[in-house]
Design a protein around this ligand. Structure first.
Ligand SMILES: [Zn+2]
Length: 348
């Protein structure tokens, strides 16, 4: 065994242990925080701190020299032949919410979801990055066409100017769902699904360098920009979708700086409209901050009572300064419904 290599391993394990220790501290319920969820009762409005893009790499440029387990069983340390290393999820055991990659998983149908807009929650919290802080811009450049109505058509994404052959990167960790060619439309298209439930679309590519079902990490090159399909001039047509519904990608990404605008995103159902655009307009931002606070406050005000022996709806109502009618409305029950001991009744 090579002494230098051993030394490197010891060093890497030390770094990994320190990183993982730090991570567990700030992120005790890892699997929980990474899922899409409705606002929890103890939700705090998250500060909007932009996150700079992480490292990029092209799988064809580097060779894996070694894979070492870290002290966190969901993470491996992968060493490359260019003397770089990175944490890589062990996808055999670290699928954060495995239903994300099972439900409506279709490698042939571009839009496999059958969820209607009205069936989506009014708002949901989406963790864009996890403790690995895995984010990379798809392409950094000038926005040439924004999301929203464009002449007679609706533009479902953001267009970013590029030269044919420029590298295009995976935005977050995830899995390749679609690699296809759609003439008269997307052209060469890659669709990735991410752990947070979002899907990102990369269209008009000149080359695709990934395959369906392959796991990708943020910053991995998935292809090259181009001018295929219904496109005039080389550009990246980029979409972000949740359950098949589009919203303005500029809500999340500043394509000029390449930064992620926020790490946690309150996705509202009203955003799924071509007329709902991200804007730098100060007043609107304040308004949306106010809205975030209002929603967080509403969610925080939700209160439950666990039914004990001898409880009746009338008694629960009096003890919680409310009425039986209100309790019935909140819980979808009737005045005559029999309460079970241990049953959770929403009182506010
Ligand atoms: Zn476009």
């Amino acid at each position: 065994m090579n002494f230098r290599r051993n030394l490197l391993l010891v060093f890497l394990l030390f770094v990994a242990t320190a990183a993982v220790a730090q991570q567990t501290e700030s992120d005790t319920t890892k699997t929980d925080t990474l899922k899409t969820k409705t606002l929890p009762s103890d939700a705090v409005v998250v500060k909007r701190v932009p996150l700079a893009s992480g490292p990029e790499f092209s799988a064809s440029d580097v060779l894996v020299v070694d894979t070492i387990p870290s002290s966190s069983e969901g993470l491996n340390i992968v060493l490359y032949n260019d003397n770089t290393w990175r944490f890589v999820r062990n996808r055999d055991i670290d699928v954060l919410d495995e239903t994300v990659f099972i439900q409506d998983w279709d490698t042939t149908k571009v839009q496999p979801y059958k969820v209607e807009l009205k069936d989506l929650p009014i708002s949901m919290v989406i963790d864009l990055v996890d403790s690995l802080k895995s984010y990379h811009y798809p392409f950094k450049g000038r926005v040439t066409s924004k999301y929203g109505p464009r002449r007679r058509r609706i533009h479902q994404g953001t267009d970013i100017d590029l030269e044919t052959g420029d590298p295009v990167y995976a935005t977050f960790d995830g899995r390749v769902r679609i690699c296809t060619y759609i003439s008269g439309g997307y052209g060469n298209l890659v669709v990735l699904r991410h752990d947070n439930g979002l899907e990102t679309y990369y269209a008009h590519l000149s080359e695709i360098s990934v395959k369906p079902n392959e796991w990708v990490t943020a910053g991995q090159q998935i292809g090259k920009g181009g001018n295929t399909g219904r496109s005039t001039g080389s550009h990246l047509h980029y979409e972000i979708r949740y359950k098949g519904q589009t919203f303005d990608p500029e809500r999340l990404i500043d394509f000029t700086t390449g930064d992620l605008r926020r790490e946690t995103f309150l996705l509202k159902r009203t955003y799924f409209s071509p007329y709902s655009r991200f804007t730098q307009d100060f007043e609107e931002e304040i308004q949306s901050d106010e809205e975030d606070k209002k929603i967080a406050a509403e969610a925080a005000a939700v209160k439950y009572h666990i039914v004990k022996k001898g409880d009746t709806l009338g008694r629960i109502a009096i003890n919680n300064h409310t009425t039986v009618t209100k309790l019935c409305q909140l819980n979808g029950i009737k005045k005559t419904t029999t309460l079970r001991i241990g049953q959770r009744i929403r009182v506010r």
